[in-house]
Design a protein around this ligand. Structure first.
Ligand code: ZN
Length: 423
């Protein structure tokens, strides 16, 4: 059996309360042993001195555009970005063409991901047929086919009765409903409703568009016992809504995207359409609230919302497609928050590995002995630039393009096998 010995790395594994310099032995596809010093002459050695060793990251929110829009990304290029960013598991959104709303599309995604064989690509199924918001999908057969979550992401589920029924089924089958909370009757424009939208004269997507659906979903989760996961939370009030319903015992979890933690609406003035995302970048006050909610545990996890678009789709601010790529830049962004003292390194691993795995009930996000060996080894200090050479996505829509980043993945190991190595 293949043996891999990771020597002298700083192990950070919140799932077993572990932080310190250890050796870690992988045998086959499992973590065999963790100890201060392991001697194993047959093993291949990875020298991890000065590097951090953590459970492979889990991203609950990526767009791989496959099937249907593979000029932006596909399951193969998306997987390459994922492992280069330290991710060993990603959940891909169903707003493909055709959408992931029937078992055969689920099977297509699973088979292609298995063929690519780099990271776990787990499909989220649509809540409604065609993502049209009118009629529930067959959530039971989608679950049997392999869906780990349900969402109409890209669009909200506007019909409250449909959301209520989806959450009822969720409580029966134990699969969470993720929601893209933006009331599309209120969210008509492309920027948040602050000073920048006013200055540029754009119609807006005000915070209340997000808050009303966030609150509705929390209420429905509270009453049905279903598990709702609020996607890409961005507002200060939204944080309070989630906190309130968690305290009441509702099954509510939420995620935040890295860009919403470090970029405010003012960045639109500098980066134009590259800074256009849904929900939009918000005010400095919102950023502050999100950051403290990371630290106090109200926010459960960080998800990238990796959303590749071709250059022609990002031409004009007012009509550009929303979203940015994010799989390769999430770690540097999160490490910048560690550097600033907003969160600890341990908290970062909790937000990127432990908690997202728990949200979808996945037996990953841990380095306990006997666990599947999904591991990230990164250098928190290594500087690099995202450019034509380092970018592995088919697209390059991010305001971080060409800028200096700090923190790089050196090895990604999935099922005990090295699937990415920094060169
Ligand atoms: Zn979304």
């Amino acid at each position: 059996m293949l043996k891999l010995l990771i020597k002298r790395g700083t192990l950070v594994d919140p799932s077993q309360d572990l932080e310190g310099v250890y050796d870690l032995l992988v045998e086959g596809n499992r973590v065999k042993k963790i100890d201060r010093e392991i001697f194993e002459p047959e093993a291949e050695i990875i020298d991890a001195e000065g590097l951090v060793v953590a459970p492979g990251f889990v991203d609950l929110h990526v767009h791989f555009r496959d099937p249907g829009q593979t000029y932006k990304e596909d399951i193969e290029t998306g997987s390459r970005c994922a492992v280069a960013g330290g991710y060993t598991t990603v959940v891909c959104m169903p707003n493909t063409d055709p959408p992931i709303d029937s078992p055969w599309v689920v099977e297509y995604v699973i088979l292609k991901a298995r063929h690519v064989n780099l990271c776990n690509v787990l499909p989220a199924g649509a809540v409604t047929k065609g993502r049209k918001g009118k009629e529930l999908t067959d959530m039971y057969s989608l679950k049997d086919a392999g869906c780990v979550a349900f969402t109409d992401d890209g669009s909200p589920v506007m019909d409250s009765e449909i959301m209520r029924r989806a959450l009822e089924i969720s409580s029966q089958i134990g699969v969470p409903v993720f929601d893209h909370c933006e009331d599309d009757r209120i969210a008509t424009g492309s920027l948040s409703s602050g000073e920048v939208a006013t200055l540029l004269g754009y119609s807006s997507r005000p915070p209340e568009a997000e808050d009303v659906l966030n609150a509705r979903d929390c209420i429905l989760a509270y009453h049905t016992g279903g598990h709702v996961h609020i996607q890409h939370l961005t507002t200060a009030l939204g944080v309070e809504i989630v906190r309130y319903f968690k305290e009441k015992g509702a099954k509510v979890t939420c995620e935040v995207n890295p860009h919403h933690l470090v970029l405010s609406e003012r960045e639109v003035l500098r980066y134009g359409s590259l800074a256009r995302v849904n929900p939009p970048l918000r005010s400095g006050e919102d950023l502050k609230a999100l950051r403290s909610a990371l630290a106090d545990g109200t926010i459960d996890c960080v998800a990238t919302d990796h959303a590749p678009h071709a250059e022609f789709e990002k031409d004009l601010l007012g009509v550009s497609m929303p979203g940015m790529i994010g799989l390769q830049t999430a770690l540097p962004i999160m490490l910048s928050l560690v550097e600033e003292g907003v969160i600890t390194l341990r908290k970062m691993v909790e937000l990127m590995s432990t908690n997202p795995a728990r949200i979808i009930g996945l037996d990953r996000g841990t380095l306990k002995e006997g666990a599947v060996a999904d591991i990230v080894v990164f250098d928190p200090k290594k500087e690099w630039v995202l450019d034509e050479e380092t970018n592995l996505s088919k697209s390059k829509n991010t305001p971080l393009w060409g800028g200096r980043l700090r923190g790089k993945v050196i090895y990604t190991i999935k099922d005990g096998r090295v699937v990415h190595k920094d060169n």
